[in-house]
Design a protein around this ligand. Structure first.
Ligand code: 13P
Ligand code: SF4
Length: 343
């Protein structure tokens, strides 16, 4: 009986101890097992990045530790410009899928990896190309201006793209009597109507993050911090934007807090941006706007799928890559390049 027990215990120990096998060496020749994560992930990322001539591009909504290791941190326009001009062999895109796809379209020779391919966007996901094509066909005299937060197929169906940084300029680049269809963000679209005085036909899409900011709770926050300015992204609802002292894209919000003589701000966008605000203005105070009752849904669930660990693996394995057909890329490139020429 004792022998049987001892035999089982020895067998169990052997099994347990044999789990982290070192024989499964990695293809890069580092000898480490494929699922091995280094203790100092940031140092390993830096080492791999220079070895592979890679560039790490990160959006302002990424986790702080990802922003801190990036070569460039920016809004969707800045990231597209960086991606278009980089000579790096590998682009590691710490953002969401439509941004990484934009990078691939603008610089198709480069390999583009996204740490988590599920990092989508509610605006892109809720504007299927077939339904958009049917919608567009109802307005044959309209030019189609699409927000870059859309699929490659929808980009290919557009005349020109825009981001929240250049949207006003893009709309104003058309003659006043030119009818315009704007997709997929209805809130940004309504904001553009109020800014430009143009009538736009709007696709009824929205951002699940910006739509969740609660008007009543922002009013309460304003009453609590009476010296604070409210700054908001134009993807917010009309009621929330009506409370804002300044409306702008992520890069414009960041620039605004740097330039402002004020010391306190209620920030109505994804709170990832606050990391750069605090770095640029350590003496100022930033209050993230609350979402609906007690939820953390002001954090973009897509952006936050990327982690430092996944970024390391994407860089190490050069995977998962963004793959697009040449034909689709060609069709989507023209409207994107029109936007870049205006920016
Ligand atoms: P920016 O263009 O300001 O970076 O915004 C992108 C985005 O996804 C906002 O939700
Ligand atoms: Fe898309 Fe909204 Fe997330 Fe921006 S914050 S990536 S618009 S879901």
């Amino acid at each position: 009986m004792l022998t049987i027990l001892l035999q089982s215990a020895t067998k169990l120990r052997t099994q347990t101890m044999s789990l982290p096998t070192l024989t499964n060496g990695h293809a890069n020749g580092c000898g480490a097992p494929k699922d091995y994560l280094p203790l100092d992930i940031a140092a390993s990322i830096r080492e791999l990045r220079s070895k592979k001539n890679a560039i790490i591009l990160a959006h302002y909504y990424q986790e702080s530790e990802i922003q801190d290791i990036a070569d460039y941190i920016g809004d969707s326009l800045g990231l597209a410009q960086q991606a278009a001009s980089t000579k790096a062999d590998l682009i590691v895109f710490a953002g969401v899928r439509f941004m990484a796809e934009t990078a691939k379209i603008l610089n198709p020779q480069r390999k583009v990896v996204l740490p988590d391919l599920d990092a989508g966007c509610s605006l892109a996901d809720n504007c299927p190309a077939d339904q958009f094509a049917a919608f567009r066909s109802q307005y044959p005299n309209h030019v189609v201006v699409s927000y870059v937060n859309c699929s490659v197929e929808v980009k290919a169906l557009s005349d020109i793209l825009c981001t929240s940084t250049n949207a006003v300029k893009v709309i104003q680049s058309f003659p006043e009597d030119q009818p315009i269809l704007f997709a997929p963000d209805q809130h940004l679209g309504r904001y553009l109507v109020s800014k430009t005085g143009r009538k736009l036909v709007l696709w009824p899409g929205s951002c699940i993050v910006h739509e969740t900011f609660d008007h009543q709770r922002i009013v309460k926050l304003k009453a609590r911090y009476q010296n604070a300015l409210v700054i908001a992204h134009p993807e917010c609802t009309e009621a929330v934007l009506a409370e804002a002292d300044f409306i702008g894209s992520t890069s414009q919000l960041l620039q605004f807090v740097k330039d402002s003589p004020k010391a306190e701000f209620i920030v109505v966008t994804e709170p990832g941006i606050i990391h750069q605000m605090e770095k640029a203005c350590p003496e100022k105070k930033f209050y993230p706007a609350p979402a609906e009752d007690g939820c953390a849904c002001n954090r973009c669930p897509f952006m936050r799928l990327n982690t430092l660990e996944k970024l390391y693996l994407a860089l190490r394995d050069e995977s998962p890559t963004i793959e697009l057909s040449n034909e689709l890329c060609e069709r989507a490139r023209q409207p994107l390049e029109r936007m870049l020429a205006l920016s």
